[in-house]
Design a protein around this ligand. Structure first.
Ligand code: ZN
Ligand code: ZN
Length: 345
């Protein structure tokens, strides 16, 4: 058969013309000459349909092209490539649309102008407007926090917020932090995550957890509540020494309202209710630990020497204690001297 277009003796592909002539005469893709892409100037996320996406300009441009261009269904295995020359907020781009038809690969080029439109996303406008859904309050029970504790707590919460943000909680941010004499207030944008953070603070530092709601007015004819999550951190800390039931203990770990403590004369562990630890019976923490020189030891006793005064003293050794170092950690509480385990002391 002869092609009506080129007159060659070729197999007819469609409408009396050969494949070559068909490809020459057919436009397989078309789209607009100008594309507007919306970008948030604060966080650089792009708006696509009704969501804000944090992805590269290349990826977002492909989405927009896919949406705005029509490609003939005759073309199989369609791929879109783009090349752009940036000039401020207007880019001259070339869109390449390729696909296959009857073993032929077809690539069509479309020059387009991409305009970047600025529009602040909902999250950034909330952030700028001081939006918050929850207050995380951290307080100390029957005492004030030291500066070091305030720093530790603040960075612990900030780290947790950072972790949630990295794991995809884009709507989470700290609107404000109030550092007061009695503790810290974090104003957080998401109450669900604020709750999780409060529980994690309690896990890490021990203490009580309370929540309360207060009305924050109406929104879309619905009552809106703000949550307050209060974590009251106890007077004791991990590593503190205290007196309980006529025995001396060292706090090994914190568990909500309980502590795991080591009885110092026998080195046995016991779980004690936090409320049974009276603030007046807490001696302090690792600042009380002194190193002493091991002079000699037997099965049940150990002789120690103070490295400053050279005074020696012999004390009973806990059954489970095996000492193979030249120096040991000790603590003196109410005049009694105890060995402190190397790893937790
Ligand atoms: Zn032809
Ligand atoms: Zn934004």
């Amino acid at each position: 058969m002869f092609c009506v277009e080129c007159g060659k003796d070729e197999p007819i592909f469609r409408n009396g013309v050969c494949l070559n002539c068909y490809l020459k005469a057919t436009q397989f893709s078309k789209g607009p000459a100008i594309l507007d892409i919306i970008m948030c100037p604060r966080c650089s996320s792009y708006k696509y349909k009704n969501t804000w996406l944090q992805e590269s300009f290349d990826d977002i441009l492909k989405r927009y092209v896919k949406e705005a261009f029509t490609v003939s269904p005759e073309l199989k295995h369609v791929e879109i490539q783009t090349q752009c020359k940036a000039q401020e907020r207007i880019l001259a781009c070339m869109v390449f649309i390729s696909g296959s038809l009857e073993d032929q690969t077809i690539t069509e080029q479309h020059p387009i102008t991409v305009r970047i439109r600025h529009n602040t996303c909902e999250i950034c406008s909330r952030e700028a407007g001081g939006y918050y859904e929850a207050i995380l309050q951290i307080r100390a029970d029957q005492r004030k926090f030291t500066d070091t504790e305030l720093k530790t707590l603040r960075s612990a919460v900030e780290t947790m917020v950072g972790q949630y943000q990295e794991s995809g909680k884009r709507g989470l941010f700290i609107t404000d932090i109030a550092e007061k004499r009695e503790g810290l207030d974090f104003f957080l944008s998401e109450k669900g995550t604020a709750f999780s953070i409060a529980k994690r603070v309690q896990d890490q530092f021990g203490g009580d957890f309370k929540q309360s709601a207060s009305s924050a007015g109406m929104k879309d004819s619905r009552q809106v509540y703000r949550m307050t999550y209060l974590v009251r951190i106890p007077a004791y800390r991990k590593g503190d020494f205290f007196l309980f039931d006529n025995s001396f203990f060292l706090i090994v770990s914190l568990h909500e309202n309980k502590v795991r403590a080591l009885e110092l004369s026998a080195w046995t562990e016991k779980v004690i209710d936090g409320k049974d630890i009276q603030p007046s019976r807490i001696y302090g923490g690792k600042e009380l630990i002194r190193e002493m020189i091991v002079v000699s030891q037997s099965k049940n006793e150990i002789q120690l020497m103070d490295p400053k005064t050279y005074a020696t003293v012999e004390i009973r050794k806990p059954k489970t204690a095996s000492v193979d170092t030249a120096m040991v950690k000790t603590v003196k509480l109410d005049g009694y001297l105890f060995l402190v385990p190397e790893k937790i002391g």
